[in-house]
Design a protein around this ligand. Structure first.
Ligand code: NCD
Length: 302
């Protein structure tokens, strides 16, 4: 087996320099405004392999690939029950033998995409691993923030990340990326969802931050990662952490959420259609960001 030590992968934000992030954002912007998308990935084959369920991310990668002219083969292994170590190695070797141009992987365990990247000879893109990383989500969130501010200065903007931060790969990758771009992060969560860090300000209800933040990123409560239910009920949790119209008032706050939204737990129903809530803009931007990532990784490695 050939091991490509210098193959460019995207397993986490650390794989990209600030310049490369800028390059991806600029390309996504260009693609979003182009009347006709270029078929830059014509004759390329992309394999998506999701060991964990996904609605948005998987379709977003697939739509992005197809819009640029690539073909996509999807392996639905979310229900696979075979033993881990061996299966993963075999899966990687088998996929690699089909000579794809890129492989997109999601797995419930942290570190799996990074491990697999050592055994394949094309770029590997992490579409979310355990509570570890979700780099393409963070890139599309940064893009959405920049776009909201007219692609001007965002340094110094304050963002509250709200909810199950400790178990969230979206939070992890965003914290890494947004701080790199000068945003000030405030963590808002109940004690059991608060990560053990002294790097950031911490608050224990959304009320405490609404007057000082420019952006709120609400997260989904990651019940599948909890060993036992920690809060009394979701309604109880929502009292302090659900983003409601009443809470925002008339404040000019950009509201983000990676989806899927637990309505009335993460964000109140009535806010979902409010113009400050950019959940669907994030989904739309995600396609262009993933186009830019796929292009960069595939075209630069061939
Ligand atoms: C997130 C994920 O799967 O990490 N969703 C997504 O990719 N858009 C967030 C979540 O599931 O809470």
């Amino acid at each position: 087996m050939i091991i490509w030590l210098f193959m460019k992968h995207l397993t986490g934000i650390k794989d990209l320099s600030t310049n490369e992030v800028e390059e991806i954002l600029a390309r996504a912007k260009e693609l979003k405004s182009s009347a006709r998308l270029p078929k830059t990935l014509k004759d390329r084959l992309i394999i998506t392999i999701f060991f964990e369920n996904s609605t948005r991310t998987r379709s977003s990668f697939e739509v992005a690939a197809k819009r640029l002219g690539a073909s996509v083969v999807s392996l639905d292994v979310s229900k696979s029950s075979t033993s881990k170590g061996e299966t993963l190695f075999d899966t990687a070797a088998n996929l690699d033998a089909m000579e794809p141009d890129a492989i997109v992987v999601r797995h419930k365990d942290s570190g799996v995409p990074k491990m697999l990247s050592n055994y394949i000879s094309c770029p590997l893109l992490n579409a979310g691993d355990g509570s570890h990383a979700h780099p393409s989500q963070a890139l599309l969130d940064l893009f959405t923030i920049k776009e909201h501010y007219g692609f001007g200065e965002i340094e110094g903007k304050k963002i509250a990340i709200v909810g199950d931060i400790k178990n969230s790969r979206v939070a992890n990758s965003n914290i890494e990326l947004l701080t790199k771009f000068g945003l000030e992060v405030i963590l808002v969560a109940p004690p059991h969802f608060m990560p053990n860090t002294d790097r950031f300000q911490k608050r224990y209800s959304v009320k405490e931050v609404v007057d000082e933040v420019d952006i709120i990123m609400a997260l989904r409560t990651q019940t599948e990662r909890h060993k036992n239910q920690i809060y009394a009920s979701l309604a109880d949790y929502a009292q302090n952490f659900c983003i409601t119209k009443e809470l925002l008032g008339k404040r000019d706050i950009l509201l983000l959420h990676p989806g899927p939204v637990n309505r009335n737990v993460d964000i109140a129903d009535e806010l979902m259609t409010d113009k400050r809530c950019k959940v669907l803009t994030q989904v739309n931007n995600g396609v262009y960001i993933r186009m830019a990532i796929l292009e960069k990784l595939i075209l630069e490695s061939s």
